[in-house]
Design a protein around this ligand. Structure first.
Ligand SMILES: *[C@@H]1O[C@H](CO)[C@@H](O)[C@H](O)[C@H]1NC(C)=O
Ligand SMILES: *[C@@H]1O[C@H](CO)[C@@H](O)[C@H](O)[C@H]1NC(C)=O
Ligand SMILES: *[C@@H]1O[C@H](CO)[C@@H](O)[C@H](O)[C@H]1NC(C)=O
Ligand SMILES: *[C@@H]1O[C@H](CO)[C@@H](O)[C@H](O)[C@H]1NC(C)=O
Ligand SMILES: *[C@@H]1O[C@H](CO)[C@@H](O)[C@H](O)[C@H]1NC(C)=O
Ligand SMILES: *[C@@H]1O[C@H](CO)[C@@H](O)[C@H](O)[C@H]1NC(C)=O
Ligand SMILES: *[C@@H]1O[C@H](CO)[C@@H](O)[C@H](O)[C@H]1NC(C)=O
Ligand SMILES: *[C@@H]1O[C@H](CO)[C@@H](O)[C@H](O)[C@H]1NC(C)=O
Ligand SMILES: *[C@@H]1O[C@H](CO)[C@@H](O)[C@H](O)[C@H]1NC(C)=O
Ligand SMILES: *[C@@H]1O[C@H](CO)[C@@H](O)[C@H](O)[C@H]1NC(C)=O
Ligand SMILES: *[C@@H]1O[C@H](CO)[C@@H](O)[C@H](O)[C@H]1NC(C)=O
Ligand SMILES: *[C@@H]1O[C@H](CO)[C@@H](O)[C@H](O)[C@H]1NC(C)=O
Length: 481
């Protein structure tokens, strides 16, 4: 009795779930058979024969998968209908080869609500428009080799199950948006128009995992900063910069800033590091690799000493250190920065002097270097008035704020200093030296005359005139005797 009851209970429990399992297994096991890896891809040989009336066909061994070939818009619609794909046919995987469509409207696919694998390759498609429906469960979308130029921003946003997106061999300039969370593997290799700045955006939007990364490049437009030619940059560089951006130095921001091209090497992107306003009292170290510009304005930094000792400062070309407490530029002497810099901005610091000699060769060589030194208060003297003022005037192209350099010990600008006035007191003092020398010369001449006179008197009258006669005998007198 209990045995029979147990069997009945077992049946009641298992039959419904077995039925469901059966249905699931039919499709999933089939799809496992014909869909290798994560995407569905059929060779040209799988196409319907040219004599066939229908341009699409379901795979013979796999009812849920179908192939369409060599179609235009109308032939595609027709083919999907004649192969029982678009009706209530349960198709999960579809590969359309060589479709010639000016516009691919993904809204046309709303009827294919079982699609998991969608592959449209080796055709000619100019634009992709429309939006996939919300319930679409496509997990792999392969749109490779279609020469697609435009991709509507929001076409893919509803593909919540998307894990593979192959957009390789097209003509895209940006990565379309897709779902925010999850892990998407993206292939954007061989897209000759891909803009790096758009890739940075895409990387910021979603976590991306790239395939075919070594064949993926992007380029910076001509207008990107002052770099005026376009150059393909490896995707690995862009990812590196993206990572750097995410974990830049603490309390700093890292932004891609410039392309460095060394012939024979792949171009590298350099970064601008912004660490302004942190109350720091010394320069940050180490700097991220390829730091081109450093902004440490609005801190309390007192010295530039790291410039000659720290290897991570070697590639630096621009330093913005306005509003700090820097007292001297001498630590820059002999540094690589000094010979290579493009911008050195030390406005509103505590510079007391300006040793112009450390810039002399450097500013003469290149007119595209800028020094900003305004709002510093120098110790002014005659030399400042005579030499520094002239130097500032001759270098005014390199020192755009040369009129804003002040004196600490007097209420004036360096370029308003009046040498004839400031050097006056010094003139008097040097005159005084001349008087002393004149007096000394007169005394010397007098002394010689007196010695000669004494000698003559001694020779003629035999005695020494005063005071020589009154001099006590000295230990060295035996020399004379
Ligand atoms: C692509 O399809 C067109 C017809 O739509 C056909 O003329 C052409 O030969 C096909 N190309 C290839 C490579 O099969
Ligand atoms: C289309 O496929 C569905 C389900 O696979 C089937 O029920 C229907 O009979 C098919 N229609 C034709 C015309 O083959
Ligand atoms: C997408 O299609 C292209 C071209 O047919 C093929 O080379 C590539 O392997 C496919 N991508 C995936 C992920 O299957
Ligand atoms: C894509 O979206 C961004 C903002 O989300 C917008 O600035 C841009 O113009 C859009 N591009 C196209 C081609 O619609
Ligand atoms: C698609 O994703 C949803 C959750 O986002 C999940 O419940 C569903 O099973 C997935 N469908 C497929 C076919 O993977
Ligand atoms: C890509 O697009 C540009 C214009 O945007 C065009 O000059 C070029 O020929 C296209 N390349 C391919 C492979 O379609
Ligand atoms: C994303 O997927 C790739 C492989 O498809 C894997 O290597 C990577 O670790 C995944 N990332 C996360 C965060 O799951
Ligand atoms: C990409 O190239 C680097 C060296 O340039 C190599 O180490 C790496 O294995 C390559 N990755 C792939 C997926 O081929
Ligand atoms: C930028 O363009 C000018 C002419 O327009 C050229 O002389 C100069 O060499 C170019 N610079 C670079 C870095 O390509
Ligand atoms: C970064 O800034 C925060 C908040 O201003 C501060 O608490 C922290 O000490 C700073 N860290 C460094 C390394 O300066
Ligand atoms: C640097 O950061 C500060 C504040 O963090 C900001 O005000 C300033 O605009 C930034 N400068 C640049 C060049 O990005
Ligand atoms: C920075 O210097 C200013 C002026 O000397 C001072 O008021 C401020 O307390 C200093 N900040 C730090 C963090 O040292």
């Amino acid at each position: 009795m209990s045995n029979v009851r147990n069997v009945i209970i077992l049946c009641l429990l298992t039959v419904p779930s077995w039925c469901r399992l059966d249905e699931d297994m039919t499709y999933s096991s089939l799809s496992n058979n014909c869909v290798r890896e994560h995407c569905f891809h059929q060779p040209a040989e799988a196409c319907p024969s040219p004599e066939s009336k229908c341009r699409c066909q379901k795979l013979r061994y796999c009812e849920i998968a179908a192939v369409c070939c060599n179609v235009n818009k109308f032939q595609l619609t027709e083919g999907l209908a004649c192969a029982n794909i678009s009706g209530n046919g349960h198709v999960e995987a579809l590969h359309i080869r060589n479709a010639s469509l000016d516009i691919l409207n993904v809204e046309d696919w709303r009827k294919l609500k079982y699609l998991k694998y969608m592959t449209i390759t080796d055709g000619q498609i100019n634009s992709v428009v429309g939006e996939f429906a919300k319930h679409t469960t496509v997990s792999c979308l392969n749109l490779s080799s279609n020469g697609i130029v435009n991709f509507e921003n929001r076409s893919l946003v509803n593909l919540y199950n998307l894990t593979f997106l192959d957009l390789s061999h097209n003509n895209l300039s940006a990565v379309p948006r897709f779902k925010k969370d999850g892990n998407v593997t993206l292939d954007i290799s061989a897209n000759g128009n891909m803009l790096c700045l758009n890739l940075f955006d895409a990387l910021q939007r979603t976590e991306l995992h790239f395939s075919n990364i070594n064949n993926s490049f992007c380029f910076f437009p001509k207008t990107f900063h002052w770099f005026n030619s376009t150059e393909f940059v490896p995707l690995t560089q862009v990812i590196g910069i993206h990572e750097l951006r995410k974990d830049c130095r603490k309390n700093c921001t890292c932004e891609p800033s410039r392309l460095d091209i060394v012939s024979g090497k792949q171009p590298t992107i350099s970064v601008a590091v912004n660490c302004s306003g942190q109350n720091w009292i010394s320069l940050p170290t180490p700097l991220p690799a390829n730091t081109f510009a450093l902004n440490v304005s609005n801190n309390n930094i007192t010295t530039l000493e790291l410039f000659s000792s720290d290897p991570t400062y070697q590639n630096l070309r621009e330093l913005y250190a306005d509003n700090n407490q820097i007292t001297s530029i001498l630590p820059l002497e002999g540094s690589q920065f000094l010979s290579n810099f493009v911008i050195l901005s030390l406005r509103n610091n505590k510079l007391k002097s300006l040793p112009t000699y450390i810039f002399s060769n450097i500013l003469d060589r290149n007119n595209f270097r800028y020094l900003k030194l305004g709002l510093n208060k120098l110790q002014c003297d005659c030399n400042t008035a005579k030499l520094l003022k002239v130097w500032l005037l001759t270098k005014q192209k390199n020192i755009p704020d040369y009129e804003e350099i002040y004196c600490d010990n007097m209420e004036t600008k360096v370029i308003s200093l009046n040498p004839s006035k400031l050097c006056q007191t010094q003139q008097d003092w040097t005159d005084y030296i001349y008087y002393i020398i004149t007096v000394e010369v007169i005394l010397l001449v007098g002394l010689i005359a007196k010695v000669v006179y004494d000698y003559c008197v001694f020779k003629t009258s035999g005695y020494l005139p005063w005071p020589a006669s009154k001099m006590p005998k000295l230990p060295c007198d035996w020399l004379c005797e």
